[in-house]
Design a protein around this ligand. Structure first.
Ligand SMILES: [Zn+2]
Length: 396
C-alpha cells in the first residue's frame, strides 16, 4: 500500500519518499514509493503530474492500494527521492472536481436529476444528467451553485466500511469492492454527499466561480459543459473580450448586440431575396432574346447557382438544350441541361467541356455541371460554342 498524502494534506506539494520498486513499463518505468503526493487517475479525475527525484511523472495509476508512477527515468530501489507535484494542474482538477460535486448535488436537490456521467478533459468538463433541464432550470442551477460558493461551505470526507455505508443515505454510492470507502460531503451534506476518490478544494469558496457554458439533450437527459475556478474566470474573460470586440464592430453596446445581429441577419435575407429576384429577371431577359434550339450563353458575374438558374430559364423558354458559362471570383462555372424528350446526353457534353477548359465536373444525361479556373477568354468561348453546336447537331 502506498501512503496517499494527497487525501490528508491536499495542499502538500512535495514530500520525501523511499523507492520501493522500479520496473520497466510501456512508455517508461513504473516506480512504487512508500508514500506520495501524486494523485493517480480515478473517479473521473486525471492523474497528477510532477517529478520523483530526477524523473518526470508521465502518468500515475492505482492498483490494490498501490500507486504506480510512470516515470521517464529509472530510480534505484531503496533510494530516497523527493516527490514534487505540478500544483497548478492539481489545483485546476480540484476546482473542476469540487464544482462537479456542487452542480451534481444541487441538480439532484433541485430537480431530482441524477448524475450518470462525468468527464474531465484538459480544456472542458461535462456532466450527464438523467433528466432534461431547460435554459431556465440550468440558469437556476448555476445561480444556486455560485451561491454555495459564496457561502464558503466546508468540503469534508469520511472513510468507512461497507456496513457503515449501507446505513447512510447519500446522493450516490459507487460500486467499491474494498472496505476502504471515502464519502465526500459538501456543506456537511446539505449541498452534496457521495462516494469519491478524487481531490477537492478545502471549501466551496475556494472554487471561486462556477460557469455552465453549454448544454444539449443527451440520451433523454442533459449533457452540460461547465468550468470552475481559474479555468472559468479565464473563459469568461475571453468571452467578454470577444463579445466587446464584436459589439464594437457593430458600433453598438454589448447589451444591444443580439438585436444588432438579428437586424443584420434580416437585412441579409432581404438582400438575398432581392438579388435572386433580379437575377431571375435578368435570366428571363437573356432567355427571351435567345431563340436557338441549343442556347449557349456566357454571363460575367454569374455564380454556380446563377448559372443553374439561367440554364433552367433557357429550357423553360425556347431552348431544347442549354450550355451556360458563368465567370465569377476567378472561376468559370458551367452547366448543361436539356428539355424533356431531348436525347442528347448532357454528361457527355460536360465531359468534353472539361477537356477543353481543363475543368472538373459531371452529372447525369439530363443535366451536368463543372468548374474550371477562370477567366474564360473569347477565343475559348468561340471554340466551345462551335464544338457544342456540332456535337448537338451530330447527335440529333
Ligand atoms: Zn469528488
Amino acid at each position: 500500500m502506498t501512503t496517499k498524502l494527497f487525501y490528508e494534506y491536499p495542499v502538500l506539494t512535495s514530500c520525501a519518499a523511499r523507492v520501493i520498486s522500479c520496473e520497466p513499463a510501456e512508455g517508461g518505468f513504473n516506480i512504487v514509493l512508500d508514500r506520495t503526493v501524486i494523485f493517480p487517475e480515478g473517479g473521473g479525475q486525471p492523474a497528477d503530474r510532477g517529478a520523483v527525484g530526477g524523473a518526470n511523472v508521465l502518468d500515475a495509476q492505482e492498483k490494490d492500494g498501490v500507486v504506480y508512477h510512470l516515470c521517464d527515468k529509472p530510480l534505484e530501489a531503496g533510494s530516497e527521492a523527493e516527490v514534487r507535484l505540478d500544483f497548478e494542474r492539481r489545483l485546476d482538477h480540484s476546482e473542476q472536481h469540487t464544482g462537479e460535486h456542487i452542480l451534481s448535488g444541487l441538480a439532484y436537490k433541485l430537480f431530482g436529476a441524477k448524475n450518470v456521467g462525468f468527464h474531465m478533459a484538459a480544456d472542458y468538463c461535462t456532466i450527464d444528467l438523467d433528466t432534461y433541464l431547460g435554459e431556465d432550470e440550468l440558469a437556476l442551477l448555476e445561480r444556486e451553485a455560485n451561491e454555495a460558493v459564496r457561502r464558503d461551505l466546508p468540503v469534508t470526507s469520511e472513510n468507512m466500511d461497507h456496513e457503515r455505508l449501507a446505513g447512510i443515505t447519500i446522493r450516490k454510492k459507487s460500486e467499491i469492492v474494498s472496505d476502504d470507502i471515502r464519502v465526500v460531503y459538501i456543506g456537511g451534506g446539505e449541498i452534496d454527499s457521495c462516494t469519491c476518490c478524487g481531490t477537492h478544494c478545502g471549501s466551496t469558496g475556494e472554487v471561486g466561480y462556477i460557469r455552465i457554458g453549454d448544454s444539449q439533450k443527451y440520451k433523454g437527459g442533459t449533457r452540460l459543459w461547465f468550468s470552475c475556478g481559474g479555468r472559468a474566470v479565464r473563459e469568461a474573460n475571453a468571452l467578454l473580450r470577444s463579445v466587446t470586440a464584436l459589439a464594437r464592430s457593430y458600433s453598438t453596446s454589448r447589451e444591444e448586440l443580439p438585436a444588432a445581429v438579428r437586424k443584420q441577419s434580416e437585412e441579409l435575407s432581404q438582400a438575398k431575396r432581392e438579388l435572386k429576384s433580379r437575377t431571375q429577371a435578368l435570366c428571363d431577359m437573356i432567355a427571351e432574346a435567345n431563340g436557338d434550339e441549343l442556347a449557349i450563353e456566357h454571363a460575367v458575374g454569374f455564380s454556380a447557382n446563377d448559372v443553374k438558374m439561367l440554364s433552367e430559364t433557357l429550357i423553360s423558354k425556347h431552348a431544347k438544350a442549354a450550355l451556360v458559362f458563368g465567370s465569377c471570383g476567378g472561376q468559370v462555372f458551367y452547366r448543361a441541361a436539356r428539355a424533356d424528350g431531348v436525347k442528347a446526353p448532357m454528361n457527355e457534353l460536360i465531359k468534353a467541356v472539361n477537356g477543353l477548359v481543363c475543368g472538373k465536373g459531371g452529372g447525369s444525361p439530363a443535366f451536368a455541371q463543372g468548374s474550371a479556373a477562370g477567366p474564360l477568354d473569347p477565343d475559348t468561348l468561340e471554340t466551345l460554342r462551335a464544338f457544342a453546336v456540332k456535337w448537338y447537331n451530330g447527335g440529333k
